[in-house]
Design a protein around this ligand. Structure first.
Ligand SMILES: Cc1cc2nc3c(=O)[nH]c(=O)nc-3n(C[C@H](O)[C@H](O)[C@H](O)COP(=O)(O)OP(=O)(O)OC[C@H]3O[C@@H](n4cnc5c(N)ncnc54)[C@H](O)[C@@H]3O)c2cc1C
Length: 468
């Protein structure tokens, strides 16, 4: 008898990775590069690999849907990129992009890069600046997990917390500093306090160590690295990783169920059942929770308690550098909650990566939504554009017509690590691991591309050690 045409295909693999964002792609590649394991299948729901990383070249612009770049202070990302032949197409941000701004009182204020510059800057009122210098004498940390805002208010005062730190949280997480956990979102800051008793003392120690070793040290307000991208944009990285995987990458294959049969995992999709010895989930938290319902029910609630916030990205191009009647140079600006500007911030892409825009043009990328105003992310195109234009017009004093506009929306934009996040992650990871499943990616220990690639490498190592 002929086999039924509706019968689904069955594949066997040593390791199955579910989710083809940067974490899944990097994990599959680390398995090969670090451990020589190529018996891997990467299963992705959509018709392209890369998840949040998505770029398009249009009329001389490199349009980024998701991340604009990554900092070069994480060795894993650079190593991964160079190992797969992308070392030659790395593009660093310009020196001009070291100038960053924060909106306060409706005006853009430069973020100072040294304590001396901070003392005389107009970023905070004098009382706020003086309070920052009292940081070494602040109360010690409470035993429990604390919000980023509470930590900042305790150490550097309310004004700096509301303006400086809220902007930082907006820039990385599009999040609410009064809800996010310090230990989960800025673990280095938490460690600086517990190791040195004060951020100031920790920075001085770091600068001394850097001077001794002859290395440069980032200033106190610097991000501790230089932003990089690739020629043709960030998607170059996932595209190259996907090409290397070839037919081990299954696109347009949403996984609907994960179960076990004896020693094998059974991964069910519309068209195939994949049998695997080991499984790595690199999905957004909600999706990972659903797939773990049968095998690791204790992981479900902690994962469902990791919310994401929606984000809209509006990119606008202007064919004259004087479109706003003033120079628009530097990295861009962030907007603290106190400003109520309707936008989270704007990057000056033409100044950060000049190759991403035609000569003599301005190319601005504005974020909206996030935890602060989630509904903004769902505005229709016209409403988004008028919100951005109104905000820019108030800030720059002019409202020029953009030559071109691109809009991207992410309903599950960025994971939010609210207070207690690390405990919930521990519970979820323990429950999943007890069932033989690994978890990695932006819902867990860092949302940046660098964090995802680092987590992918650690997951690959555990899988290599425990699969045979
Ligand atoms: C607008 C924006 C700007 C950002 N800017 C920066 C930046 O400048 N620098 C930086 O470092 N980071 C930035 N980030 C963060 C960073 O891009 C992301 O955190 C990171 O790319 C997430 O990678 P991931 O692998 O964890 O998840 P994702 O990219 O979300 O990948 C998960 C994948 O799983 C797939 N999937 C879901 N369900 C299933 C299923 N059932 N079966 C199979 N597959 C499934 C999805 O289709 C997706 O491809 C930004 C994020 C956004 C949204």
């Amino acid at each position: 008898m002929l086999p039924s045409l509706t019968m689904s295909e069955t594949t066997r693999t040593r390791i199955a990775i579910i989710g083809g964002g940067i974490t899944g792609l990097a994990a599959a590649t680390w398995l090969e590069l670090d451990h020589g394991i190529g018996d891997v299948v990467l299963i992705e729901a959509s018709d392209r690999a890369g998840g949040k990383i998505r770029s398009r070249i249009d009329a001389g612009h490199t349009v980024e849907w998701g991340p604009q770049g990554f900092l070069d202070n994480a060795p894993d990302t650079l190593e991964l990129a160079t190992s797969i032949g992308l070392g030659e197409v790395l593009v660093p941000a310009t020196d001009a992009s070291a100038d960053r701004f924060i909106l306060r009182g409706g005006r853009l204020r430069a973020v100072p890069t040294s304590p001396v510059a901070f003392a005389t800057s107009d970023l905070l009122p004098l009382s706020g600046r003086l309070r920052v210098f009292g940081e070494p004498f602040a109360r010690r940390r409470p035993e429990r997990d604390e919000t980023v805002f509470d930590f900042a208010r305790r150490r550097i005062g309310r004004q700096a917390a509301e303006i400086l730190v809220d902007s930082m949280v907006t820039g990385v997480f599009a999040g609410d500093s009064t809800r996010l956990s310090l230990a989960a979102t800025f673990p280095r800051m938490a460690a600086m306090e517990s190791e040195h008793g004060s951020l100031t003392r920790a920075l001085i120690a770091k600068m001394r160590a850097a001077r001794k070793s002859g290395r440069a040290s980032a200033g106190p307000s610097g991000p501790g690295g230089i932003l990089h991208t690739f020629a043709e944009g960030m998607e170059r990285l996932p595209r190259q990783l996907a090409d290397r995987l070839g037919d081990r990458l299954r696109l347009t294959t949403p996984v609907s169920r994960l179960t076990r049969n004896g020693g094998n995992f059974l991964i069910e999709t519309d068209t195939a059942t994949i049998r695997a010895d080991r499984v790595l989930l690199t999905l957004p938290a909600g999706g990972a929770g659903s797939l773990l319902a049968e095998l690791a029910p204790d992981a479900v609630n902690p994962l469902r308690s990791t919310p994401t916030v929606p984000i809209a990205v509006l990119m606008a191009s202007y064919d004259r550098t004087d479109a706003f009647g003033r120079p628009v140079d530097g990295f861009g600006f962030l907007v603290p909650k106190t400003e109520e500007a309707g936008i989270l911030g704007t990057l000056f892409c033409h100044s950060i990566f000049p190759g991403q825009a035609p000569d003599r043009s301005l190319f601005l990328r504005t974020m909206l939504g996030g935890a602060r105003e989630p509904d903004q992310a769902h505005l229709d195109d016209d409403a988004l554009l008028s919100t951005v234009r109104a905000a820019h017009s108030r800030i720059f004093g002019r409202d020029p017509e953009p030559t071109r506009v691109w809009i991207a929306r992410w309903s599950e934009g960025i994971s939010q690590y609210t207070v207690g996040h690390l405990d919930r992650v521990d519970t979820a990871v323990r429950a999943a691991r007890a069932a033989g499943i690994e978890l990695a990616g932006s819902p867990y220990r860092g949302v940046s591309v660098n964090d995802c690639i680092r987590q992918a490498r650690a997951a690959a190592q555990r899988l290599a050690r425990t699969s045979h």
